[in-house]
Design a protein around this ligand. Structure first.
Ligand code: MIC
Ligand code: SF4
Length: 643
């Protein structure tokens, strides 16, 4: 039997384990990336490991999230990242150079390589045929130090693409359709592999839009073959030598295959507050719009921007709409400036922002009260925009631009269509904003500069034998990391200051949570399905750790967050019978006895609800290696013990 694409790359990087779906495998990691909001912590952790120079083929640090600098904090963190990278062998993409995933695709992505990044949208690299995964900062630090990255061997689902997109329908509509069918938990434990004759009709940036937002399926990653289209893209980036053809064997097996006929797709929108609440734009047409934001790592390529500029050219943004545009990289930005498209955007009334994450992570541009905001981004979680009652819809660049002009949600296929856009033969290549690391002989002389915003990260301790604590919080299904540890302009600058961040933990669900934790000395968090979906931010584990959370008991976990809990030394536990969720209320006194023994022997875990007089069976859904990590009190302690 032949291999699918994911299996081929995994087999070529397998360091431990066997490739049976569901079992743990260790992978050799060729490349890493970090961004600034998770990077500060990742480099502090890397320093704590004591490895002098990164051992990967390529490690890159990007500054793209925290670029608002309305205080010294961000600038200090940028300086820390710049100097720590210089010293330890990491390339540094300076602020203003663009969004990590867009720049990495343009300048560093290599088909067939493995990439992990401390950002959940790292699977963008799947658009160029990489096995690219989001991970917690500590896992990225370990990979930089030459250690393996561990995942559960995924099942592989094939999306067979047929046909060709109609004018006005775009790659965003493809991933919205997949989300509509599979839901935000449909990808858990899976790699989503694209194939079929429709693949050849999609450019690399279009493929990258699809793999980027595959993160919203909860998938381990998503991947496209590397073919002639990939070769042309790499050639246009002046990197043809990085090309290798890669595809699944003709007789490869898949867990499941679903078909998406590109020709029959129509423009789609994800409604508030979930990326899988998908409806046809036609069905929502006419909804008045207050704001339109175009950009983010999902839709900020030159191709996206050129389509937007063509729609805006010679027209004016509706008086009731505020339109922002953030190009994805300096390459895109410069090319738009040179070819005149930027002038068309500005003339139409667009508010052009720097090439960074910006409004996507709530760094400015919060909508008006109860405002309707159309965004070409990948997440519309509650509160993420910075306006608690805003209604955020996720749409394609074409739908966004058409609606910005009309002032109401508009199906772009109803407008006259121009010529299809062709990617240029040559992109404008200028890597002068990528600062290389110091040569080996000079690295010792580099001084790492730290500002006062950088505080110690919380230490975890070896697991206690029994834990008796209250349920300090009970939440429902699909809790995101934006619920657990919100971001946005007011909070994001403190990503290297866990004590400060702790005041905002679970603020979207219950503002009194941090105070309650202080009065009880922490306790248990109880949740529903798909707990911890969304971001890779390890702060969603480190902050609860700081507040004394010992265990999180849920119906099911999202992949990266579960790994982050283990790394932090917090017990992830799952109800054997999901109905037992109803047998715990907030405030109940809970007891786990001899939990260390149960972890060692793999025996059953019984939680006693002392308030209700009930016994509840739980499992700990982790590998043997992770059990040892939990016993040691997290990844850093475990690494120290095993060093
Ligand atoms: C996001 O889109 O939520 C982020 C901000 O990029 C996060 C990383 C972070 O929280 O810093 C992600 O997706 O991992
Ligand atoms: Fe940045 Fe938004 Fe992409 Fe996250 S999803 S990396 S915040 S642009």
């Amino acid at each position: 039997m032949g291999q699918n694409l994911a299996e081929k790359i995994i087999a070529a990087h397998l360091l431990s384990g066997d490739m049976t779906p569901g079992s743990e495998i260790g992978l050799k990691i060729d490349q890493t990336l970090t961004q600034d909001a998770t990077g500060t912590m990742a480099y502090l952790e890397f320093e704590a490991m004591g490895v002098p120079r990164v051992k990967t083929e390529r490690s890159v640090a990007y500054i793209d999230h925290n670029t608002l600098q309305n205080g010294f904090e961000n600038a200090d963190d940028h300086r820390f990242i710049r100097t720590v990278c210089k010293k330890h062998g990491v390339y540094y993409s300076r602020p203003g150079n663009g969004i990590c995933h867009q720049v990495h695709l343009e300048r560093f992505g290599v088909p067939g390589k493995t990439l992990i990044g401390s950002d959940s949208h790292t699977p963008t690299g799947g658009g160029i045929g990489m096995l690219a995964m989001g991970a917690g900062g500590m896992d990225v630090a370990v990979a930089m130090g030459g250690g393996a990255y561990y995942i559960t061997m995924p099942r592989v689902l094939k999306v067979a693409l047929t046909g060709r997109l109609r004018p006005g329908v775009s790659a965003k509509d493809v991933i919205l359709e997949v989300l509509r069918r599979l839901s935000v938990k449909g990808g858990v434990g899976r790699v989503i592999e694209y194939g079929g004759e429709g693949v050849a009709t999609l450019s690399v940036p279009e493929r990258a839009t699809i793999t980027n937002m595959g993160a919203e399926l909860g998938a381990t990653t998503s991947i496209f073959p590397s073919d002639e289209v990939t070769r042309r893209f790499l050639k246009a980036q002046g990197r043809e030598e990085d090309y290798t053809p890669l595809s699944a064997d003709p007789d490869a097996a898949y867990e499941q295959t679903i078909e998406v006929d590109l020709s029959s797709l129509q423009p789609l929108a994800a409604m508030p507050h979930s990326p899988d609440a998908v409806q046809p734009v036609a069905a929502l047409a006419g909804l008045p719009v207050d704001q339109v934001c175009i950009g983010s790592c999902t839709n900020s390529s030159l191709q996206d921007m050129m389509k937007v500029a063509a729609l805006l050219k010679g027209k004016t943004v509706a008086p009731t709409v505020s339109l922002t545009i953030s190009p994805g990289s300096r390459q895109v930005f410069t090319m738009l400036a040179l070819n005149g498209a930027l002038a068309d955007m500005i003339a139409a009334g667009a508010r052009v922002l720097e090439c960074a994450c910006g409004p996507c992570i709530g760094m400015g541009q919060s909508p008006n009260s109860a405002g309707v905001s159309l965004r070409t981004f990948n997440r519309n979680f509650e509160g993420r925009s910075g306006t608690a009652d805003a209604r955020v819809f996720l749409v394609s660049p074409e739908t966004a631009a058409a609606s910005a002009l009309s002032g109401v949600l508009t199906d772009p296929t109803t407008l006259p269509q121009g010529e299809p856009y062709q990617l240029p033969e040559r992109f404008l290549v200028n890597d002068n904003m990528i600062d290389p690391p110091a040569p080996v002989e000079e690295m010792d002389a580099v001084e790492v500069l730290r500002g006062p915003n950088i505080k110690e990260f919380p230490v975890s301790h070896a697991l206690e034998s029994s834990i008796e604590k209250p349920a300090v919080l009970k939440v429902g299904d699909n809790i995101t990391t934006d619920h657990i540890m919100p971001a946005g302009a007011k909070i994001l600058p403190y990503r290297s200051n866990i004590p400060y961040l702790s005041q905002f933990c679970f603020g979207v669900c219950d503002k009194s949570f941090p105070e309650r934790c202080k009065s009880t000395g922490g306790g248990f968090v109880v949740g529903g399905e798909n707990y911890g979906q969304g971001s890779s931010r390890e702060h969603a584990a480190l902050v609860p750790l700081y507040l004394g959370v010992r265990a999180v008991i849920v119906k099911s976990f999202a992949r990266i967050h579960c790994a982050n809990l283990v790394n932090a030394g917090i017990l992830p536990l799952v109800f054997c019978d999901p109905a037992d969720y109803d047998r715990i209320d907030e405030g109940d006194e809970l007891l786990l006895e001899k939990i260390d023994e149960a972890l060692k022997t793999g025996g059953e875990i019984v939680l006693q609800n002392k308030t209700k007089g009930a016994n509840i069976a739980l499992t700990c859904p982790v590998s043997q290696r992770q059990r040892e990590m939990l016993l040691a009190g997290g990844l850093l302690n475990y690494t120290r013990e095993n060093a």
